[in-house]
Write a protein that binds this ligand. Structure first.
Ligand SMILES: C[S@@+](CC[C@H](N)C(=O)[O-])C[C@H]1O[C@@H](n2cnc3c(N)ncnc32)[C@H](O)[C@@H]1O
Length: 276
């Protein structure tokens, strides 16, 4: 630079080029933070508008929860909608699920969407303590009645999407059978993926996750093989390893059905932050 004047000219040109990029970066970061943390206090001139938008999102989610509770409560009020207590197919499927878990004893177990607790009762043989939750109060009432008094099992009315997974964890075994298809039906892909990620964080190192999902034979859009395999892959993507997997074949109400049973394990060197 020959003079101070030229030097200032050079600097001002450079700053003009850089400033829009910095502004873009600042806005991008702000948008990302806000979309992931809806309850966070916002600042800036669009605060009022943003808050309204975010409050609307929270309300929308609450509405989904209400819809879920009403839907499943309505079903369970009709009795045992999937015939879990009486169906040979369900009995044999539970036996396969239990067999895949054998060989280990689990200290703390979480069952998500336990329904009337048929599988929960089988799990108590290999677990020290089980928290089994379901969104339907009627399902939980049935489960409590059928289980008689058991200190080891705690049946709870709760929506898994609002449940604090870490508060009582870490879990040595998480069970979620024939339930994720309903989460995917009512909640966004992001919400289901976030749950998968939170489950990994709340699973103890070396702990397991068992999923069993109907994926063939039943004419139901929620149970299409490609969506069921997508849920399975989601758990691999958040960093669970696949320890065992099999297809259970059975017949229910004259229909030949396939169920994908997957046992995932959290790698023992996994730390809660690596999937962020
Ligand atoms: C098909 S049943 C499976 C019951 C049980 N897992 C079994 O295999 O015997 C699905 C269960 O998930 C429950 N459910 C659905 N959405 C839920 C949610 N968001 N939170 C907790 N439970 C839920 C339903 O009430 C229902 O009992």
């Amino acid at each position: 630079m020959e003079s101070a004047c030229e030097w200032f000219q050079w600097l001002s040109i450079r700053l003009k080029c850089i400033v829009p990029h910095l502004r873009f970066l600042k806005n991008a970061l702000k948008t990302e933070r806000e979309s992931y943390l809806p309850k966070r206090t916002l600042d800036g001139q669009a605060e009022g508008q943003q808050r309204l938008r975010l409050e609307a999102l929270v309300t929308e989610r609450e509405l989904v929860s209400q819809k879920a509770e009403a839907f499943f409560e309505d079903l369970w009020k009709q009795g045992d909608p999937w015939a879990f207590e009486t169906s040979d197919f369900e009995r044999d499927k539970y036996a396969r699920q239990l067999a895949i878990l054998q060989g280990h004893r689990y200290e703390r177990v979480l069952e998500i969407g336990c329904g009337n607790g048929c599988f929960t009762r089988l799990i108590t043989g290999i677990a020290d303590r089980v928290v089994a939750l379901d969104i339907s109060p009627t399902a939980i009432a049935q489960a409590r009645q059928a289980a008689a008094r058991s200190e080891a099992t705690d049946f709870r009315i709760a929506n898994i999407m609002d449940y604090d997974l870490r508060a009582e964890g870490p879990w040595d075994l998480v069970i979620m059978s024939e339930t994720i298809c309903y989460l995917g039906w009512l909640y966004s892909l992001f919400d289901v993926a976030w749950l998968a990620c939170q489950l990994l964080s709340a699973t103890s190192a070396g702990g397991r996750l068992l999923m069993a999902n109907t994926c063939g034979g039943v004419e139901d859009y929620l149970l299409r093989p490609w969506i069921i395999r997508t849920y399975r892959d989601l758990f691999l993507n958040v960093n669970y390893g696949l320890e065992a997997e099999e297809i259970f074949y059975g017949t229910k109400n004259g229909v030949d059905i396939e169920v994908l049973i997957s046992l995932f394990v959290k790698p023992s060197n996994e730390d809660a932050g690596t999937n962020k």
